[in-house]
Structures are given as structure tokens and as C-alpha cells.
Ligand binder design. Sequence first.
Ligand code: AP5
Ligand code: MG
Length: 215
Amino acid sequence: MILILLGPPGAGKGTQARLIERDYGIVQLSTGDMLRELAQQDSDLGQEVRQVLEAGQLVSDDLIARMISDRIGREDCRNGFLLDGFPRTLVQAHLLDEMLDRKGLTLNAVIRLAVDEEVLVERITGRFTCAKCGEGYHDKFKQPAKEGVCDRCGSTEFKRRKDDNPETLKTRLFAYYKDTAPLIGYYHAYRMLSTVDGMADIGDVTKAIQAVLEA
Ligand code: AP5
Ligand code: MG
């Protein structure tokens, strides 16, 4: 199964991707996570990526396409994969089509998480993740069961993203509306798009996604 999760920053793509990964045994490919890893490298490329991420802008289509093409060729993607944060521009969508064609693969569904803009600031500014396993949390909406301890791996270290502030979020949202929102029309035209209410509770969003996948 090959899926795309589409939605603005804070829509819940990462949260749902992890749950789908667990339930369906397909691997989550988050371009944001890959870039954050790259940004830690002490190289010119690492520094360049770090600056783009901190500014909330998009990195080049070319770099992203190379990252994804390499990644989906790996063994753990044989059962399928879930794209979280890619494609993010029409150019990337075309590149993905070509990549899948070349590899003889077919996209099964594009799931759009529809969320009102008002909630995004709260979701983004309250987000934190486990520093060890990456499990995502929220100050208000998803606290660890035991305060200060990761539900998943037991670690007591958490981190917050540098781009998770109201100012950078404005740039990220601008990029979303300008470059990514046109993909809604693109996939709708190809009858690939299913829209899920991303305003619902995390568990209800998961159920709605499962219903799409089982249909
Ligand atoms: P990326 O990491 O993809 O960030 P994003 O798209 O801005 O999305 P987020 O990760 O912020 O949100 P999410 O939808 O995953 O929400 P989450 O589940 O965490 O990209 C970062 C940067 O990398 C980009 O700005 C760009 O620079 C670059 N980049 C990445 N891909 C690129 C590409 N293809 N091309 C070019 N550049 C690229 O949820 C958020 C919070 O809300 C969490 O705390 C969660 O607990 C909570 N929450 C989730 N769902 C709910 C719910 N239903 N109810 C209440 N709370 C909820
Ligand atoms: Mg994410």
C-alpha cells in the first residue's frame, strides 16, 4: 500500500502516520524528519537545510526527489510506505508519479486532513516529541500517560522543534497555501483524494482514515 498524507503544518500528519505505520505495517517516510536529521550534519548541505527549516521555507524539489527516490528503493518499503510531508509542490507530485512509474508501483490513496487554520497555532506551539523515539505529544491534547516519561520507549528526554513558533508558522502556512494546497486539486482530478475531518479527536481521525483504507 502506498499512501500520501496531505495537510497543513499541525494537521496531524505525523501523529496519524505513526498510527497507520503501527496498524498496517507500512513504513512512514517523513521528509521533515529526514531533513531535520540532515540539518544536524556538520556540512555545507546540513547548514543550508538548517537555515531553510528554521525560516519555514521549502527546500529544493531536486533535493527532496533524490532523498525520496533513494529511500523508497530500500528493503523496508517493500510492503508499502506512507508519505508524510511529500509531495509538497506540483513539481514533486509529477516527480513522484515518474518515480512510481519507473519502479512499477501504484499510489493507492491520498488522504487529506482538513483542519481549520485557527487550531494550527495551538497545535504547533504545544507540540513536543520524545528525543529518543520521536513519539509526538502535545501540552494539552496528548500528554504522556506518566508525566515526563515517554509512553512508547520510557525515555525522559523530550524536545521541541525550532520552527514551532507563531512567527515561523506564518511562513510555513504561506508555503502550504501557495505550493502545497494546489495538490488537493491535482489528486482530486485523478480521483485519488479522500478528505478526513482533522478537527476530530486523534482516535476519531485514525478511525476515519481506517474507514478510507478499508473502503
Ligand atoms: P514537516 O516536518 O513535514 O512539517 P509540517 O508539514 O509543517 O507539518 P508538522 O510536522 O508541523 O505537522 P503534522 O501535520 O505532522 O502535525 P503533528 O502530527 O505533529 O516539514 C518541516 C519542514 O521541512 C518544512 O517547513 C520544510 O522546510 C521542510 N520540508 C519537509 N518536506 C518538504 C518537502 N517535501 N519539500 C520541501 N521542503 C520540505 O501534530 C501537531 C500537534 O498537534 C502534535 O502535538 C499532536 O499531538 C497534536 N495533534 C495531532 N492531531 C491532533 C488532533 N486530532 N487533535 C488535537 N491535537 C492533535
Ligand atoms: Mg509532522
